[in-house]
Design a protein around this ligand. Structure first.
Ligand SMILES: Nc1ncnc2c1ncn2[C@@H]1O[C@H](COP(=O)(O)OP(=O)(O)OP(=O)(O)O)[C@@H](O)[C@H]1O
Length: 586
């Protein structure tokens, strides 16, 4: 299965531990069979009152085998679990590395709860692949072959019976379990995804659900989904137990068979009766060692489904794109970083179009735009006209369907996205706040600024009563929208970079505060390239260029005066705004 390739690669990297666990597992398995065989022989021998030295040799052998079995089992567990956890850690790292560059696209397609279930549940499911799918058959075959060889010395028929029993436990029983598991497993997975999606939505929308009186209904739904998941899991567990019971049943059936054949052979004088207990115990121990085979298909199915879903989440094409990007970036070593004397960034969009996945109409249609180094540009336009999408494309969070984007005359494909993020002062429409202090939330990239400097920036964004040690709750619950916006702006002001990409950074502020904040912002960014997406049209007189957008297209471009003189779209928007804020005639 192609999707399991990443797993095989991770297993190859842990081959030392894997080989060690196979070796220890083989020693433990054969020592187990030998231990019980020797015990059976010892018990039978004592009946004939053998010489003392025989008993001493036999008991010492039993003790020694017991010790070897315990020590090698310990070694096996240690090496196999170490390999499993290393594989798990490699899987997590590789999955996240692939996930991060394509996150916006993924969040578009998947509900966050489902995504969480995939990331946590599916990656964890893959850890079972080595321990419960790849490893047991190797062990079972090795222990089985040595036991069959050993029993063949006594009787060809007993060896044949063991082979038949082994085929039943290794193929028939697991396949019966698999038939039942296939259906149940898929249900469990779907139900788990549904439950985590519901839980996430209730947590995120708790307040709205409460205010709109939907909380009780949602809770009832959650309980129902949770009960359904428990039922499905119970069915899956019952199936597994059934498989294990069938395994035990076959073990006893074969043991009876060995007993009957041995009885005949002993009666015929083929071998002495003293070996009977030894053969019975060897048979039972061998099947005990292969008990893991009964549950193997369930884990195999689970791992394959998990790998498939993870591959769907981060499809190959996206992986390829990511690898190619990293490759080309590392080749060219481009850096957006510019020193204080260096030029600010030039941006050029030519004939750029973009369509969100699953949407029938384009969010951007043939957009061309030039931002000169150090220029100040504002993008205005109706809601949904594509303003934020332009910022997403510039931040390489999404890839245009057509057209070219260039930074400093070099295609954006050549730039490493991390480099763009590190050297851009971006404020997105929704900024996330983490639980911690104001200081933690401002210096997210670990910038080292003195408290005085940070406090000064807070003053520039008109936050005079905020202390750096004030607490911030999860998702910034204890901050107003205006405070969040100003903190996000302060965050950007504390970063380095000569490019500012700001998406409605002051939309929740009152006019007076907004004007002061923008004034300070423009002072700090005086020599930098700045792109400001905004709804309000106040303060745009200071911009070098205003771009007006409608339905994914640029409908007007020019300075404030030019657009007002043109009496077009912008002029009409400005007129409406003035009417709204009652400034007409002022
Ligand atoms: N994640 C998404 N998936 C699908 N369609 C989207 C997504 N984000 C935006 N769109 C659509 O793309 C179009 C442009 O959206 P965009 O957010 O760029 O507009 P905007 O001008 O920034 O709007 P606003 O001023 O309301 O923020 C809209 O029609 C919107 O419905």
């Amino acid at each position: 299965m192609k999707e399991l390739a990443v797993l095989s690669k991770a297993m190859m990297q842990e081959r030392k531990d894997i080989l060690l666990s196979i070796l220890c597992g083989f020693i433990a398995g054969t020592a187990g069979v030998a231990l019980f065989s020797a015990s059976g022989y010892l018990i039978s021998q004592t009946v004939f009152a053998p010489p003392l030295y025989t008993l001493i040799v036999l008991t010492s052998m039993v003790k020694l085998l017991g010790f070897v079995r315990a020590a090698s089992r310990y070694g096996e567990r240690l090496a196999s679990h170490r390999a499993t956890f290393s594989i798990l850690s490699r899987l997590r790292t590789s999955f996240f590395a692939k996930l991060i560059p394509v996150t916006p696209g993924i969040l578009n397609k998947n509900r966050s709860g489902d995504l969480l279930a995939r990331i946590v549940g599916d990656v964890e499911s893959l850890q079972h692949y080595f321990l419960r799918v790849a490893y047991p058959p190797i062990m079972v075959v090795m222990v089985f072959l040595s036991t069959v060889l050993f029993t063949a010395v006594f009787s060809f028929w007993i060896a044949c019976l063991l082979i038949v029993g082994m085929l039943i436990t290794a193929f028939v029983v697991p396949n019966l379990v698999l038939i039942g598991q296939r259906k149940i497993n898929e249900h469990v997975r779907q139900q788990r995804a549904k439950l985590s999606t519901e839980v996430t939505e209730v947590l995120y929308g708790f307040r709205d659900l409460k205010v709109y009186g939907q909380l009780a209904e949602r809770e009832r739904q959650l309980q129902q989904d949770s009960a359904e998941l428990a039922t499905q899991q119970q069915r899956a567990a019952t199936q597994l137990v059934l498989g294990q019971s069938m395994h035990v049943f076959v073990t006893y059936l074969v043991t009876w068979g060995v007993l009957v054949i041995s009885a005949f052979l002993i009666a015929d004088g083929v071998f002495a009766g003293v070996y009977l207990a030894m053969l019975i115990l060897a048979t039972q121990t061998m099947f005990e060692e292969s008990a893991a085979m009964a549950v193997l298909p369930a884990y195999k199915l689970d791992s394959e489904n998990a790998a498939k879903r993870l591959a769907e989440t981060v499809p190959d094409q996206q992986n390829k794109g990511y690898d190619d990007q990293s490759h080309s970036s590392s080749k060219t070593h481009l850096s957006l970083e510019v020193d204080a004397e260096g030029e600010a960034v030039t941006i050029e969009l030519s004939h750029v179009s973009f369509q969100y996945e699953g949407e029938w109409r384009s969010a951007l249609n043939d957009v061309s735009l030039y931002l000169a180094p150090g220029s100040k540009t504002a993008i205005v336009g109706a809601s949904g006209s594509g303003k934020s999408t332009i910022l997403d494309l510039l931040l390489k969070l999404r890839t245009p369907a057509a057209g070219k984007i260039k930074f400093n005359a070099i295609s954006v494909n050549e730039w490493n996205e991390t480099n763009i993020w590190q050297n851009t002062r971006a404020v997105l429409q929704q900024s996330h706040f983490f639980r911690g202090t104001i200081r933690d939330n401002l210096l997210l990239s670990g910038e080292s600024h003195s408290d005085e400097y940070v406090q000064d920036i807070l003053h520039q964004v008109q936050l005079f009563n905020t202390s750096l040690d004030d607490s911030v709750y999860e998702k910034g619950e204890n901050l107003s929208d205006g405070e969040k916006q100003r903190l996000a702006l302060a965050r950007a002001m504390l970063r380095k970079g000569r490019l500012w990409l700001l998406d409605e950074p002051t939309s929740s502020l009152d006019y007076v505060t907004e004007a002061r904040v923008l004034q300070n912002l423009l002072t700090q960014a005086v020599e930098d390239t700045l792109l400001l997406v905004c709804h309000r049209l106040t303060g745009l007189e200071r911009m070098d260029q205003i771009v007006v957008m409608d339905q994914g297209q640029i409908v007007e471009t020019g300075s404030f005066e030019e657009l007002m003189e043109r009496k077009g779209y912008f002029y009409e928007m400005k007129k409406i705004e003035l009417q709204m804020i009652g400034e007409q005639g002022a």
